[in-house]
Design a protein around this ligand. Sequence first.
Ligand SMILES: Nc1nc2c(c(=O)[nH]1)N[C@H]1C(S)=C(S)[C@@H](COP(=O)(O)OP(=O)(O)OC[C@H]3O[C@@H](n4cnc5c(N)ncnc54)[C@H](O)[C@@H]3O)O[C@H]1N2
Ligand code: MOO
Length: 462
Amino acid sequence: MAGTARVSVDEHRADVAALLAPLVEEARRRARTEEVLLADALGRVLAGDLAAPVAVPLFRNSQMDGYAVRAADVAGASPDAPVRLVVVAEIPAAPGVPTALAPGAAARIMTGAPVPDGADAVVPVEDTGTGSFAGTAGTGSTGGAAGDERARGSRDDAPGSGPRDVVEVRAPRAPGDFVREAGSDVRPGDVLLADGTVLAPHHLAAAAACGVGSVRVVARPRVAVLSTGSELVGPGETPGPGQVFDANADALGAAVRRAGGDVVLTARCGDDAARFAAVLAEAAAVADLVVTSGGVSQGAYEVVKDVLAGSGAVGSRVVDQGAGQEAGRAASPVVTFRSVAMQPGGPQGFGTVHGTPVLTFPGNPVSAQVSFAMFLREPLERAAGLPAVDRVRTAVLAEGLTSPAGKHQLLRGATGPDGTVRVVGGAGSHLVAAMARADVLVDVPADVTQWDAGTEVEVREL
Ligand SMILES: Nc1nc2c(c(=O)[nH]1)N[C@H]1C(S)=C(S)[C@@H](COP(=O)(O)OP(=O)(O)OC[C@H]3O[C@@H](n4cnc5c(N)ncnc54)[C@H](O)[C@@H]3O)O[C@H]1N2
Ligand code: MOO
C-alpha cells in the first residue's frame, strides 16, 4: 500500500484488541447469556456457578454386584469359616424401594441398586461361596421378603455352594464397604461447575447426573463473514472462465466458530459497491463483529476500501493512516486502512460500521487465515468468555531457510514426529494447499535473511 504508513504486528494487534475490548468486557460481565440444552452445551462457557440441585449419588446404593449385609453379621467371615446368611431378596438396579434387611439376612444386590435399610455393607459376589451369579440369577425384581421364591442363593451343583437361599460369605466386611452413600460425590447446593468452565464432556456428565437438562452459558459473539470479489463461486459450484472457488467464507467461518463465535451471516458480495454496502449494513445490524476478505489492496476494484471510503450510507469513513494518523483516532465511525509489517496479511483495515466493529482482511486465502490467527483469534476467544491460551512457543528448524531482507514473514511450518519444524510451501499467500499441511506459523523477523537447520525459532500454533 504505497503512501501508507506501516505499523508493526504488535501495534495492529493492540488496535484490534482495543476495538474488541467492549465485547470482551461484555463477556467478562456476563452481560449476554443464554440457556442451552445440555446436548448443545459442548465447548460453551458456563455463566455463573452451577449448584448441584440434588445429591449425587441420589440414594445410598451398591458399588458392587454382591450381597447387601449387616457388617456385624460377617465380621468373622473367612474362607475357612464362612458365615451363612439367608438370602431374602434380590435387588436389581431398577425402580423401587427394597424391603429393610433383618439381622442374619442378606439381599442379593446389583451395582447401583438401592442398599436396603438395615444393611450397611456389600459383599462382592467374588467373596461368596459361588464366586459369581452365573446361572443363579433370579427374576430380578426389587424387594421381596424372606423365602421369596425369586431370591435364589446359588446353584445346587456349584462347588462350595450352600443350599438354596443361603449365601456363604468368605470375607469380613466393615460398615460402609462397597456402599455409595447419598451425596458422597456432591451434596445439594454445592458448586458442581464453576463460572467460566469451558464445558467438556465430563462436565456435561456431572450436570446430567444431577438431572440438569440445560445450562446458562455466555452468549457467543455474533460474527458476519463477507467474501468480496466478483471472481468467486462457492465450493461445489462450477467455476466459469476467470472464476475461483471461495476459500475464505467457510474457512473464516470455521475459524470464528472455533474461537467461540457464532457465524450469523455469511455472504459472497461480489465487487459491486452498492451490493456490498447493503450486505455490510445488514451484517452490522445483526452481528457484533463483521469480518471481510478481499478488496483492500491497490487494485481498480477494491470494493471494501471504496465503500468504506466513500459511503455515508454505511456510517463509516476511511482513514488512510499514511494520510493522517490523528484522524484515525476520531470518535466518529471510522475504518483505518494500513499496511502491517508482515507477510502474508499485510493489507489490513479495522474500524466500525454503524458502531459495529469491522475487520477487513486481505483476500488471498493464506493471508486471510494468517490475519485471523494473528489478530482476531485471541480477542474473539476473550469476547466468547474463553480463557487465554498462549499459542506461541519455540521449535527447532528441521531445515534451514532464507528470507528476504526487511520482510517480517509468517511462513507455514509442519511439525515432524521428532518435534522439529520444516517450512511447507513458499511465501506466496495463494499457497492454500501447502498451508493445509502446516500446523504452525514460523515467525521470521525482518532482520533475518538466513536461518540454519537446528535454529530455535518462535512458532505460533494454528
Ligand atoms: N499493486 C499492489 N498489488 C497488491 C498489493 C499491493 O500492495 N500493491 N498487495 C498484495 C497483497 S500483499 C495482497 S494480500 C493482496 C490483497 O488483495 P485484496 O485483499 O484486495 O484481495 P483481492 O484483490 O480481492 O484478491 C487477492 C487474491 O486473492 C484471491 N481471493 C480473494 N478472495 C478470495 C476468496 N474468498 N477465496 C479464494 N481466493 C480469493 C483473489 O482471487 C486474488 O487472487 O493484494 C496484493 N496485490
Ligand atoms: O500481505 Mo499479502 O497478504 O502478502 O499476501
